[in-house]
Design a protein around this ligand. Sequence first.
Ligand SMILES: *Cc1c(COP(=O)(O)O)cnc(C)c1O
Length: 228
Amino acid sequence: MIKDNILKIKSTLPPQTRLIAVSKTKPVEMIQEAYDAGQRLFGENKALEMRDKHEVLPKDIEWHFIGHLQTNKVKYIAPFVSLIHSIDSLQLLQTVEKEAVKHDRIINCLLQFHIATEETKFGLNLQEAQAILNSDEYKAMQHIRICGVMGMATNTDNTTLVRNEFASLRAIFETLKKNYFIDSDNFLDISMGMSHDYQIAIQEGATLVRVGSFIFGARNYGVPVNDV
Ligand SMILES: *Cc1c(COP(=O)(O)O)cnc(C)c1O
């Protein structure tokens, strides 16, 4: 049951780690069930799906965007998104800034890093992130709050590899904190860990874990849906 799954995971989390229930592809009824069990943070990876769910579900939900975000989709989530985990270019950050201005709000963002051995995963390396943070464009932004870093480990049973990848994200976090955010109260978050590896992520310092199938069951993608 969704409620039992949430309570079980939450009972294992240290106080500094928050649970994001990843509800992508799952119906609003299941999200409501998790909400009724006290869950307030939900993660989605498609902009229109997240917008549609936001419209019909309770307004005190914190919506976390965790997937690859195309610049032309930012407008759908800009009015309400709580944290965008997947900033992987200056261009995307500029688009988020522009949309945040329109809604007169500050949008919280994480820089996504490529820490896995797989080629396919999105994300920056340290040099690319530093180039963004050093840029005049970034320095001029008034509606972006960089709150930390996000990453995905390699999908493998090799727990040593996974642990090393999470440790590398933690090291990136510490480097950026020291060099760019030493006086900031907002640069706090390390988003890492999914259903199969969130316990390792916690041991390596995750403040946000993103758990989907352990809560809602396996996803059945069935007929492919166009990216919305
Ligand atoms: C789907 C997804 C998750 C959750 O994956 P599970 O294995 O179902 O826990 C976490 N993070 C990201 C970025 C995802 O796309």
